[in-house]
Design a protein around this ligand. Structure first.
Ligand code: HSE
Length: 427
């Protein structure tokens, strides 16, 4: 049996002195979590807040309203940025990296909007920038994409990446709450963004997906280049159709390699079958399924929003800094050359309060067609580029929900053409 003296000592860990920006839901959560982890030897020296008059739960001497008190303090070697304003966050992170400080952030909107610039700053100033808390809160997905899936075997990542919308859908469909009440609860519990439109309109999920694309596939893309929508259009009648078919409706983010050089990526409401792992991801939980050659599938599930789950991810990043951990962006640097495409087909359900709102000519193929008073719906195949460049399916009264396995492969619908619509008796 080996004795302790034969075990090599751990590398010496760095002493971390933290300057924290923001003392909202996550900032406060981090403060409390750090109090319970003294072994980490990471202390918060200064906390920068916007509003000095707000009543705080800890003594006033911890706070400043002057960002320079952190950025110009040479003893502070770690900046933790947990503020709400993405533009102000960007200025803080940029300056901190330029000064060679390590930075931890959970600001997905800011990271997604400035990904390339932030990457350049990290390399130029050899400063670490970690942001596990930005995607799926407590689920360590970025670290796994960086370290475990650091080869080109990963073929897809799909899942529920926004806690608030998942919470709202669960409360509406399982407890019969109204959309308004469910959203209010998500806000009260600290799950929603301070501008909840970011959650319910799908922007937050698109921001997260763009970060996952960079780490999973080396593809840097702006969220605006991703096909996405939120949960606001989903109608009660859609929920009834889902129920009849024994399906649930979830907001699902998908990234899938459709060949060696092209990636399909989108965030849309989707029907989920009872035997899909995502069917058991409820309330504010997030869930991700990765697929890779040889390993096959992995399923990650965890709390996707809220003070402590996000603070836990931030804490894990802080702990990683003690040993000089940095993201290596291997897939991006290997120039895998995988780019985003909208040249693929999706099988979708579209419902509308008025049948004329459904642009049937946009479809390659219609499989089902129901025309009832106040609720008409179709199931059909549509080219993703037509959804990306068209707006009819986002009009009031129309909802588009992906079918369970939405990417249609191995069929060239261009060859079938509009004939299929005639066959389906629509034209
Ligand atoms: N508003 C976000 C969500 C917080 O609901 O997922 C976590 O990123």
């Amino acid at each position: 049996m080996s004795t302790k003296k034969n075990i090599p000592a751990l590398p010496i860990s760095k002493k971390l002195t933290i300057g924290l920006f923001g003392f909202g839901v996550v900032g406060k959560g981090l403060y409390e979590v750090l109090q319970s982890t003294p072994a980490l030897q990471a202390g918060i020296k200064t906390i920068c807040i916007k509003n000095a008059d707000k009543k705080r739960s800890i003594p006033a001497e911890h706070f400043t309203t002057d960002p320079r008190a952190i950025l110009e303090d040479e003893e502070i070697n770690v900046v933790v940025e947990l503020i709400d304003d993405a533009d102000a966050a960007y200025s803080i992170v940029k300056e901190a990296l330029q000064k060679g400080k390590a930075v931890v952030s959970a600001n997905k909107k800011m990271i997604a909007a400035h990904f390339e610039e932030l990457l350049r700053l990290q390399f130029e100033h050899e400063a670490a920038f970690l942001y596990e808390g930005s995607c799926c809160a407590s689920i360590p997905i970025i670290r796994n994409l960086e370290e475990y899936y650091d080869n080109d075997l990963l073929s897809s990542v799909k899942g529920i990446v926004n806690g608030s919308t998942n919470f709202i859908l669960t409360k509406i469909f399982e407890e019969g709450l109204s959309f308004k009440d469910a959203l209010l609860q998500a806000q009260q519990l600290g799950f929603a963004e301070s501008n909840p439109a970011l959650d319910i309109e799908g922007h937050d999920a698109a921001n997260k997906l763009s970060i996952l694309l960079a780490h999973g596939f080396g593809t840097i893309t702006k969220p605006t280049e991703i096909l996405y929508n939120g949960i606001t259009p989903i109608k009660e009648t859609d929920a009834e159709v889902a129920k009849q078919k024994n399906l649930q409706i979830k907001l699902v983010a998908t990234a899938r390699k459709i060949n060696d050089t092209q990636l399909a990526a989108f965030v849309l409401p989707q029907f989920v079958a009872a035997d899909d792992e995502l069917a058991n991801v409820n309330n504010e939980f997030n869930g991700l399924i990765t697929e890779s050659s040889f390993a096959d599938k992995h399923f990650f599930k965890g709390r996707g929003a809220g003070a402590y789950p996000t603070a836990a991810a931030v804490l894990s990043d802080i702990a990683a800094l003690r040993y000089n951990y940095k993201y290596e962006y291997k897939k991006y640097l290997q120039q895998s050359g995988i780019s985003l495409t909208n040249d693929f087909y999706l099988k979708v359900f579209v419902s509308a309060t008025d049948i004329n709102l459904i642009e049937k000519d946009e479809f390659e193929w219609l499989e089902e067609w129901h025309n009832e008073s106040n609720n008409s719906w179709v199931v059909g195949i549509i080219h993703a580029q037509k959804l990306f460049s068209g707006n009819w399916w986002k009009e009031t009264g129309v909802s588009l929900i992906l079918t369970e396995n939405p990417i249609v492969e191995n069929v060239d619908y261009r060859k079938i053409g509009k004939k299929s619509l005639a066959l389906a008796g629509v034209l």
